[in-house]
Design a protein around this ligand. Structure first.
Ligand code: SAM
Length: 334
């Protein structure tokens, strides 16, 4: 069975929502409309529904076709990928939290490093979705080189997601929704695909933590990037120069981004029947038996109060703010 055949039960036509069947190198919907499979990647990208959304989507597609994020330089084997993901803390905690039998989808997977990393557990099923073919091609190259038979990549749009409702146990979307014109609308599209009782993991730029970066962006704009070393990431000795360039473009030259607070995201959860489970960094205190080094992402955590959240987020300016100010909330669909 090819990779595409094994994920067919999860895929849906992006235009009709109906089932897809494979005929040679194409997937066909119930009316015979064909979508190509090229380079091992089903091409299921269709436009967003509104003109405004489509305009931003196209701009972002063009940007991420040049800036393939995150960079693969220096990652030449599963063990190097594993070391990198584990060093980040978040990757390790996610891997520990997700069941070895789970179906996991990463939307906006970029070059698919997280998708491939989580797919190193061969009993899991992993599907990475993104609209950028150059990014997906890098993920697919790694996948096929190391024969990760349980991992597949699909080209698709969050706002016309080619995935059946209630089909995945875990949905991850980190660093993506804030690059769309309607982050809450995108979140609701993602949530539809999560099984009841499943988890949704959302990473967003934080309104407070990103303030220092916003200020640096103004400085760089006025000085033609002369003071790039003001950015802590650009001073790091443990990151390749080419990866730094990709990171710099993603952070400082991105054509579209929005910032979000903890309470805004919790309201998304509350309004859509999602129970808050955990935050990275934590938003209301650790769960029992946790330490800053060992976090249990799918264990119930204290939610904290709005006042505590403001205090925490102000503090994030000096912690996660140094690396872009991304925070992650995990919720459970009731
Ligand atoms: C900053 S990258 C994040 C990559 C990865 N999630 C990570 O954390 O390293 C954002 C990704 O979102 C994708 N993206 C943006 N808008 C999208 C849309 N409407 N549908 C699908 N992917 C989208 C881009 O192509 C890009 O690869």
């Amino acid at each position: 069975m090819t990779n595409q055949q094994s994920i067919l039960p999860f895929l849906a036509c992006p235009e009709t929502g109906g089932p897809l069947v494979q005929e040679g190198n194409e997937l066909k919907n119930e009316y015979g409309t064909a979508y190509k499979i090229e380079g091992g990647i089903p091409r299921l990208l269709t436009p967003s529904k509104t003109e405004e959304e489509e305009k931003v989507r196209q701009k972002m597609q063009a940007f991420y076709e040049t800036v393939t994020f995150p960079g693969y330089d220096g990652i030449d084997s599963p063990s190097v990928l594993m070391d990198k993901a584990k060093k980040s803390g978040f990757g390790r905690w996610l891997d520990e939290a997700i069941s070895p039998m789970a179906t996991v989808m990463e939307v906006g997977c970029g070059t698919g490093q997280m998708t491939n990393f989580l797919g190193l557990v061969s009993t899991r099923k992993l599907i990475g979705v993104d609209q950028s073919i150059p990014s997906l091609t890098l993920g697919e190259k790694f996948r096929s080189q190391f024969e990760l038979k349980n991992v597949s990549f699909v080209q698709g749009n969050i706002f016309a997601l080619p995935v059946k409702p209630n089909s995945v146990d875990v949905l991850i979307c980190s660093g993506v929704l804030h690059h769309t014109p309607d982050p809450y609308g995108g979140y609701k599209e993602l949530l539809k695909r999560v099984k009841p009782g499943g988890y949704i993991v959302i990473g967003l730029y934080n309104t407070y933590a990103r303030i220092p970066l916003g200020m640096r962006k103004c400085v760089f704009r006025c000085t033609g990037n002369v003071f790039r070393k003001l950015d802590a990431h650009m001073r790091r000795k443990d990151v390749d120069q080419s990866k730094k360039e990709i990171w710099f473009a993603d952070q400082y030259r991105n054509p579209h981004e929005s910032w979000h607070s903890v309470d805004e995201t919790l309201k998304w959860f509350d309004d859509t029947g999602v129970e808050f489970v955990s935050g990275v960094p934590d938003i209301g205190g650790m769960a029992k038996s946790e330490t800053p080094q060992v976090q249990k992402l799918f264990a119930a955590h204290p939610r904290g109060t709005p006042a505590q959240h403001i205090a925490k987020q102000l503090g994030w300016m000096f912690t996660i703010g140094r690396e872009g100010g991304l925070f992650v909330l995990t919720g459970r669909k009731k």
